[in-house]
Design a protein around this ligand. Sequence first.
Ligand code: PAF
Length: 282
Amino acid sequence: MEFVQDPATLRQKLHEIRRQGKSIGFVPTMGFLHEGHLSLIRAARAQNDFVVISIFVNPLQFGEGEDYEDYPRDLESDSRLAAAAGCDLIFSPAVRDFYPPGYATFVEVQGSITEGLCGTARPGHFRGVTTVLVKLFNLVAPEHTYFGQKDAQQCLVVKKMLEDLDYNLQFHIMPTVREADGLAMSSRNKYLTPRQRAAAPVLFQSLQQAESLIRGGERDVASLKDAMRNLIASVPETEIDYIEIVDTNELKPVEQVRGSCLIALAVRIGSTRLIDNIILEV
Ligand code: PAF
C-alpha cells in the first residue's frame, strides 16, 4: 500500500492507474478508522481494481469552538487497518498544500437539504464537506465512491451535489455499522468516558422505539418525538440537540409518517455530540 501526501504526486500515480485501464474506488475519511470505515473500504475493494482512501481532517467543516484541534488522529494504526481491508493508496495531504494561502473557492448545496438537522446547529459544515469533496473527487477521479448511512444528511447532500454538478460517479451508501449494544461506530466515540459510553446506546434505542411505535400504527410525528425525547432524557448526561422526522428527498419535517422517512437525531453526551438515524418505508 502506498502513502501519498502531495496532490501532484497523487494525480500522477492515478493517471498511470487509469492508463492501465483500472477502475478506481474512493473512500473519503477523516481518519481514526473504525469498522464503519473498513466496511466502506471492503466494499470498494470488492468492486474496483484500485482502492484509494483519503485521510484529511478538513478544517473547513468544523465551526468555531468545535473539535478540529482535538479530533483523534492516528495515521500509523489507520495505515495498518486500511491495508488489511484492501486499500491500495492512502492520500493524506497537509492542510497548507490542500488549501494553500489565497484559497478562495467554495461549493455549497443550498436549500432545506443543508439547512435543517445538523445544518442548523453547524452552519457552514456542509459547505466545508462539499468543498473538500469536490477537490478530492477532482484529484482522485474515481468511478465509485462509498459513504456510510450514519451520516445520512451528508449522504443526501453529496448525492445532490453530484447530480447538480453532472459528476459521472457511482455513489454508494453503505449500512451503519454498530457496536454490539447498538451504538453507531464513530471516531468521536473515543471522547466518551466509561459512564458516557454506557449511556450512548440510548440514541439507537430511541430510534428502535420510534420504529416499533410506527410498526404498531403510530403515525403522529409529535407523539413519536415525545416518546423518543422522554427515553433519552431518562438517561443522565444527555442533552438533545435535535430529533427530527423528515422526508428523504428534501429533508423537510413531516407531521405524519408516510412513504420514505428519515428519523434522525443529534444528542450531546457530556460534551460529545453524537448523531444517528434510521430510514423507514411506511
Ligand atoms: O464523513 C466524513 O468523514 C467527512 O465529512 C468527509 C466525507 C471525509 C469529508 O471531510
